[in-house]
Design a binder for this molecule. Sequence first.
Ligand SMILES: [Zn+2]
Length: 348
Amino acid sequence: MRIPGTGNLYRVGRRIRKRFGPKVLILLYHRVAGLKLDPQLLAVTPEHFAEHLEILSRYSHPMSLQRLMAALRNGCLPRRAVVVTFDDGYADNLSCAKPLLERYDIPATAFVTTGYIGSKREFWWDELERLILEPGRLPEMLCLNINGSVRQWALGEASHYSEASYRQHLRWNVEQKHDPCPRQHLYRSLCPLLGPLSEAERRSVLDELLAWTGAELMNRPTHRTLTPNEVIRLADGNLVEIGSHTVTHPVLSRMPTATQRTEIRQSKARLEEILGREVSIFAYPYGTHADYTEETAGIVREAGFMSACSNFPGLVQNGVNPYELPRYLVRNWSGEQFAHRLREWLRN
Ligand SMILES: [Zn+2]
């Protein structure tokens, strides 16, 4: 059924859209790696990343975040511009992503969590994955004291997790609605409990968990973060700019003002100490509207950052708040799937 007048409305809408002028798309990646298990869907394989870059170089105008900020200040955003960003500071940003960025001459920004630079421990979500989703035997009952409240889980038959079960559930991730066995259920229930904790509280829970599993503390080569020297090498050549992603990757909105200030200021100072140059861009950990507040954005601005990236979808256009830049999260899509998404996003 056609509502009278909608055709005309559509044409007017198109003209309005054109008048809105150019918009910029910021892409959010985390890792470029081929992982066996990726329950948070953070990794894009090198093959797929190369396909994404091929498409970007053909059909868009890749630019750096610094250039985007300059264009925003001058009120002259280029058409179909795309900015590539990485969050967290995994070592594969240097070993896998940078060579591909160089091959296509596409600039990028890497937001680094400074407390994890050269860390002997993995990010908490990776540690959790290693302890719970790897094959082997675990005690049947888990009892944890999380922030003053005691929680219990029963693994039942899944206390023994065979190689065969592990292989069967390799593609499981938190976006799936169903948990195939209690191991996945435990992993999923611990994530929202650990995420909002302070670093000290989280460490204490992870240490308790580590003792419960009887596993050794380790930093897998596949999950390690950048070392100070690797941060320098990543920034070397000026194709990749470095931004801050706090010290310990907290949910800033859940932290007292003083902690937020320390996290934001110290991460900037640490990166500037390593790089010997100013660091003026920031990305909020987790980055949705619930993960930071107006106060957080104010602290970021006062600390001397020129802009901050969030993690909610949208295009950047003139008049955007530079301390709340929207980004589109990229998954491990094939080139074709990526091109399809890109077309959709740029059409908005
Ligand atoms: Zn992050």
